[in-house]
Design a protein around this ligand. Structure first.
Ligand SMILES: Cc1cc2nc3c(=O)[nH]c(=O)nc-3n(C[C@H](O)[C@H](O)[C@H](O)COP(=O)(O)OP(=O)(O)OC[C@H]3O[C@@H](n4cnc5c(N)ncnc54)[C@H](O)[C@@H]3O)c2cc1C
Length: 269
């Protein structure tokens, strides 16, 4: 690292001239520092920005501050009530030590297609707010580990519409804890009188960014959840993703797992 700055007020960011790498919980940053990847970087510690930490009801939305840790998200009654899939995803991140440090802002900014919060944010139709603009979550990611964030643009909060959908998240990793997802999935369903009126399905780690399965959602809309419907939906979803072979898994295994975890998620609803 070349230089270290600490900011305690959001307004101070505007006065920084050089390009910074923000430091939030540090769970990704410290790995990169150890690898020597940030040898020439100016590191800007944003952890003192306490106004960016916390979960609040804000009009028709839930506001999750960028510095909110996954431990806080996993135990939040508000998140469990209105965004259950995000609470479940938060509970699956790393280990207790990682969840106590890792922030949702860092997970989103990191832009990994295997970031566990991201499929949940897709199906919840979240809005990513920065110190400059608001971006719909689906427009935020441009490729693996690439986002629309510009020089010194800071994620400040994530807004989630407060709707009474049922939602759920599941992932498959090499172990039960401390495992990066081979495949992850989130689903949000609006069910009225036993009929699905809206369905949103997204998968992580099976494409360059998280993938929303539009055709699967359309297929489910207007139907009752039966064994046949779930089987057909899982088959359609497996055709909508584009997994690759890599060090963590094969494309074939990922495609099969995607169908299995969507079946499990839908059966639970
Ligand atoms: C052992 C281990 C296990 C892990 N397991 C999982 C797992 O199961 N699932 C999973 O999804 N992830 C996992 N991770 C990855 C990591 O914990 C997450 O990506 C974490 O959410 C990053 O948040 P952070 O606050 O630690 O970010 P940092 O490390 O501080 O920063 C990460 C990146 O985001 C940028 N950044 C941070 N905050 C902001 C902001 N507000 N605005 C703009 N840019 C910002 C930083 O500049 C940096 O580029 C694991 C990591 C480790 C080390």
């Amino acid at each position: 690292m070349k230089k270290f700055i600490k900011v305690s007020r959001l307004a101070a960011l505007g006065r920084i001239k050089e390009e910074c790498v923000f430091l939030a919980g540090g769970t990704d940053i410290y790995v990169a520092l150890n690898d020597g990847a940030l040898a020439c970087a100016t590191l800007c510690d944003i952890s003192p920005l306490k106004t960016l930490d916390g979960i609040k009801l804000k009009g028709k939305n839930i506001s999750v501050g960028a510095l909110t840790t996954f431990a806080s998200i996993a135990k939040s009654a508000v998140i469990k009530k209105y965004a259950a899939c995000l609470a479940e995803a938060a509970q699956e991140v790393g280990s207790p030590q990682i969840r106590n440090r890792a922030t949702i802002g860092g997970n989103v900014a990191n832009g990994s297609p295997s970031g566990d919060s991201i499929p949940a944010l897709y199906v919840l139709k979240a809005l990513i707010k920065t110190n400059r603009r608001s971006v719909a979550v689906e427009q935020f990611f441009t490729g693996p580990k690439r986002t629309v964030l510009k020089k010194n643009e800071l994620i400040t909060e994530i807004l989630i519409p407060r709707k009474k959908t049922v939602s759920s998240f599941m992932k498959i990793g090499a172990r039960k804890a401390l495992a990066i997802s081979k495949v992850s999935a989130a689903a949000a369903l609006d069910i009225r009188g036993g009929i699905i009126t809206e369905a949103s399905i997204a998968f992580g780690a099976v494409g360059p960014t998280v993938i929303r399965c539009g055709k699967t959602g359309e297929f489910l809309t207007g139907k009752k959840l039966s064994g046949n419907v779930i089987a057909k939906a899982s088959q359609i979803a497996a055709g909508e993703i584009c997994p690759i072979d890599d060090c963590r898994s094969s494309a074939k295994y990922r495609r099969e797992c995607a169908a299995v975890i969507l079946t499990r998620i839908l059966r639970n609803n």
